[in-house]
Design a protein around this ligand. Sequence first.
Ligand SMILES: NC(=O)c1ccc[n+]([C@@H]2O[C@H](COP(=O)([O-])OP(=O)(O)OC[C@H]3O[C@@H](n4cnc5c(N)ncnc54)[C@H](OP(=O)(O)O)[C@@H]3O)[C@@H](O)[C@H]2O)c1
Length: 249
Amino acid sequence: MARDVLENKEKHPMEHPQVVVIGGSSGIGLGIAGRLLADGANVTIAARSADRLAAAERELGAGERLRTIVTDVSQEGQVERLFASTGPVDHIVCTAVDAVGAYQPIRRLDLTSIQKLVNAKLYGALLIAKHGTARGSITYTSGIAAYRPAAGGSVVAAVNGALGSLAAALAIELAPVRVNAISPGWVDTPVWDAIAGDAKAERLAAMAARLPAGRIGSPADIAEAVLALVHNGFITGTVLHVDGGHRLV
Ligand SMILES: NC(=O)c1ccc[n+]([C@@H]2O[C@H](COP(=O)([O-])OP(=O)(O)OC[C@H]3O[C@@H](n4cnc5c(N)ncnc54)[C@H](OP(=O)(O)O)[C@@H]3O)[C@@H](O)[C@H]2O)c1
């Protein structure tokens, strides 16, 4: 039994696996970076703002096992430069999102403001697969908006759904590299400041009361599940839902 458990765990070529977390300066990505560091990984976090990366570096306090690289994942040249700098790594995780202006009624769709979301989440995901070399796994971030849609969330639903399909397609094309998507439910992160503004606390509390789990998620909840996707060598082409039962209510 113990042997089965050992064999099912990804065999890392190095003592400290190398992991790139794009979007790792905030929210869920920051939680994932912290959890990976605690697990012994060497972590590179990438995002657009050098200030937020520096703040994350101070918060994580991991010394030489943590690097930061300013990268806009929607810009091909920057993604190419990121992976030229890291070289081949063991795992890539992407949580990048720019959700400002992403939620709009379909009749008032403003293409310019939704392009930031599509560029960061979907084109970014494609560019990561094009330019990044992962020996073990790639994990994208989908989200509950695709599986329990709400009015005004059509663009986010479409992009999140596309990430599940992309993970499945790449799991075939890039095999034996494993490619999955994690799908968080509502998680208390700074993204809610952009989505709900002053109504953030009220909206999160109302959702917590509806969920079977009885609470909103934390970045640590999602990070723990991402760790399973990173380590379990038999999970590929999957969307892992970590949503407190949100799809059921
Ligand atoms: N929080 C939730 O309730 C929830 C629910 C379902 C799904 N999700 C998904 O979970 C993921 C993480 O969300 P979060 O709540 O942790 O968001 P967050 O706190 O706003 O963090 C987003 C991160 O992405 C980075 N980023 C944004 N645009 C980027 C770009 N073009 N290139 C590189 N980095 C970029 C941000 O840094 P810079 O701005 O400095 O670039 C930041 O580090 C997203 O995919 C989101 O859609 C979240």
